[in-house]
Design a protein around this ligand. Sequence first.
Ligand code: HAS
Length: 555
Amino acid sequence: MSAYTVLDPTGFEMPRDQRRILRWTIYIGYLALTAGIFHGLAQALSYGNVNILQYFPRLRGYYQGLTAHGVANVLTFTFAFSNGFLPLLVARALSRPLSKKLLWWTFGTMLVGNLMTIYAVVGNRASILYTSYAPLQAHWTYYAGLALIVVSTWLAAINMFVVFGRWRRENRDVRIPLLAFLSIATYAMWVLASLPVAVLFLVYLLPWSLGVVQKTDPLYDRTLFWFTGHAIVYAWLLPAYVSWYTLLPRQVGGKLISDAYARITFLLFLVLSIPIGFHHQFTDPGVGRGMKAIHTVLTFGVYYPSLITAVSVVAALEIGAKSNGGRGLIRWVTKLPWGDPSVAAQVLAMFTFVFGGITGLVNASASMNLVIHNTTWVVGHFHLTVGSAVTLTLMGIAYWLIPYLTGRKLWSRDLGLVSSWMYALGVLIFARGMISAGLQGMPRRIFRVEATYTDPAWDFGGQLTAIGGTIMFFGIALFFLNMLLTIIVGKRGEEPKDVPVTRTMTAPSLTGWDRHLDRLWVWVVVAIVLILIGYGPFFVGYGPARAISPGFRLY
Ligand code: HAS
């Protein structure tokens, strides 16, 4: 079987000055991850009836901390990382530099947007949680800051599209290298998905917060939020998938079985990720049952690309392990390079994601959703997805990426292994607690220690949550220490010199149907048609937004 190199075999070195900007963009993400986990620890302990929140300096309330946790860990961390990572991969795959000006603008808008949201949240001017539900109202800097973070992702996307456009003009009859294709498809989906939330912030919430308009429409606003809000989870997930498909197999000595499968998977995400947001609003009055049914069916549809992914990436791992002497149906797993923290973290991330997928299936089933909605079950679900599949993968990537970008060797592989295993173990215990207590009706988003209601049935789950959350906290703290020491005192000259790019077993075909997979714009049009079917009837039937609710400021 012939192996097809996805990359230009002559290689390409990213200019040093561009690496520096990418590095600082990515640092914002890892800093946000670390900053966000302090409230995570307090929150987890509170479910075990331990209150450490009272010792947090300057913290005025539980919801202030929970807003900081959500914004830092699911918005800033993920997007700052992707803004650096995906353009780097596109440049590497197409063997050409990015636009330096756009890199600076991406970094600058991310930084300023982040500082504005920090100002709002730290000053207790925006204790409204990351979902930004009206009629809870935040200071205008919060909405403007988040809007700038979205703008930074658009700038990163434009940078990739521009480089791709130039490459395409010179390479008309060539298939897009897989690494570039997957990275570009990820942000193409996100740019489309992010438009409703941009409208929400800029057209509705910002003027309302500034007092330009006095009232807003909570249902309309929530719908705009979730219009973006489920696709956003795939914008967090797909950079991890890019690594699982195109980098990790190389790291384990394996190969990807099918180039076309990988492209189809990402196109399915592009087409199906957006018109499914009503599965977050099954219990909302004002949204018709027909719309909820359409979104349920499409949600089950978006399950498939992850099932394809499970088959593809596990096969790639198996090929690697078997070339390393692995045998048997399952035993080959022991022959994966478990001593490499980058591999260990990402394989553990995959393992936890299996449970994230199973819980997602329950969420998506409209009738079962009624049992778990707004309980800690959902928190268990999203810590098995964004809180582990994504977070652990992004930690794993850091073990080669930060040395590659800084020119310094990873400070300690052992510490990397310890923190990855700790985090994975912690998240499994934490999620087990959240999920079982959620089934007993324990509500999410409460400060249990001070709640005036409780149920002894929540105790065991609450304790597991506290234990797991504490282990997770120390796992990330060790990761941060390792990164800090790598950046400051890591040995120079022993860093990885290149991005670890995977080979596929067969070259992408130059004839036949699968060439059409590369016509991204056609798939964008298909996505738009599905979005019109999925959201058109609601906006036509319900709109325009009704000015009915004044803002409530909890500060
Ligand atoms: Fe979700 C709520 C449905 C995936 C994140 N989700 C949330 C919330 C978040 C979130 C943050 O339908 C809460 C939002 C809030 O604040 O209210 N979710 C799904 C479904 C999927 C799914 C069907 N979610 C994700 C991902 C997330 C994420 C990914 C972040 C990155 N989710 C829902 C629903 C709700 C919801 C409802 C609303 C609940 C409510 O009522 O509020 C699917 O995409 C999941 C598909 C996943 C799989 C798993 C594939 C497994 C793979 C690993 C292979 C590895 C193997 C092991 C086999 C099918 C690819 C290898 C190991 C070795 C050792 C070799």
